[in-house]
Write a protein that binds this ligand. Sequence first.
Ligand code: ATP
Ligand code: MG
Ligand code: MG
Ligand code: MG
Length: 475
Amino acid sequence: MIKTSADLRKAFLDFFASKQHQIVPSSSLVPGNDATLLFTNAGMVQFKDVFLGADKRSYTRATSSQRCVRAGGKHNDLENVGYTARHHTFFEMLGNFSFGDYFKEEAITFAWEFLTKVLKLPEDKLLVTIYETDEEAFQIWANKIGVPEEKIIRIGDKSADKKYESDNFWSMGDTGPCGPCSEIFYDHGEHIWGGPPGSPEEDGDRFIEIWNIVFMQFNRQASGEMSPLPKPSVDTGMGLERIAAILQGVHSNYEIDIFQALIKDTAKLLDCADLEHKSLRVIADHIRSCSFLIVDGVMPAGDGRGYVLRRIIRRAVRHGHKLEAKSHFFYRLVSSLIEQMGEAYPELVAQKHIIEKILRIEEEQFEKTLDRGMALLEDILTDLDGDTISGEDVFKLYDTYGFPADLTADIARERDLKIDEQGFDEAMKQQRERAQQASQFGTDYNEQLKSDKHTSFKGYTNSSYSATVIELFDN
Ligand code: ATP
Ligand code: MG
Ligand code: MG
Ligand code: MG
């Protein structure tokens, strides 16, 4: 019986290897081939150029278990963590890929065989979606696989004028490969709120999407015109944690083996008796993404990828604060993570001390201002008129206390409040302009320093910055 996450990962790769797929290791979370992408967010990322025909491999079928982060950019699930049963910032995506090799029939048949024969999931709990006009996929599901017609749901475009903006129509970008999708959902039962895909209650967690199969069938031109690809391809992705939940007989991803262990260790560390506490889930999620981002070379910083990492760390620390953490705790969870995932990811073990050190420094830095920032926020909330925290206040928390805007938004949401994002962006813009003006001045200043032989600059005779500047201009 396949139950643990480790067994599941292996069973998946073995199954596709037995179908002549090359097992390809997970690539880094920092995409090596795409500067426009913040993080690797799907298994297909490392194969992008293969799909485009720009990169040739010795194989036409591949399978992988890809580490993914969805915490920024196009796919951002940071806000979902702690609120849904199925979203993480870091997760593993199991995938199989055909590069101009097999197409719809084999892709669907493989997926069904793996779920119902290898994992032995009950067929009556599964339902599928197709793109509304994809008759080919419909025929395969209905006639070859034998899924009852009422369990094949057609998903169309979101609106008539926004053509191809559908969950079931995938595209690589505005131009290039694209095509319809077919998804497989699992019904966790009536006792859980939610409706089937396409229904008004689809955002609930009763029906959980487990596998997404993309049929790359067309090439879209800049004009919007679509021509058939000479060699259609397949890209699939299945969340390891979601399928592990089903195999382990639980509903939420946070109830699976890896997460339960992390949650228990966090609860112990923070002396929290309520194992269901939302903050424990958030922290358990965040220790995974933060540790793996550091393993892949991302360092906390004030912008770009590093800022996303910093934001996630600060969120985790804030949730620790909410649980009344007495001292630095976040870095202490690295050992616990290694216990769970070190075998599958030896790089975690190899870089343990670096991860711990970076997390510790970040936590120490943020702790200095967290209490004061929280106190200010409480004041703001007490005086709040309406349900929105002003952009100016959000900016002040960011600028003075190091509260990333999404952190303030996270706290606001817990109290049914919002933040004025536009106002915050405006305040940020103004600060940038001020900084630019200041740095123009700074350039002149450096020029003066470089050419001090030609001026009468006497060096740092006074200890204060302003005294030096006065000295420069006095002469
Ligand atoms: P959802 O609609 O539930 O947000 P998705 O359609 O955004 O999922 P895909 O982009 O199709 O997800 O990714 C392929 C698979 O990866 C999904 O079917 C799911 O099993 C898994 N997955 C996607 N996002 C997450 C996440 N944030 N955490 C865990 N697993 C995920
Ligand atoms: Mg999603
Ligand atoms: Mg979806
Ligand atoms: Mg999907």
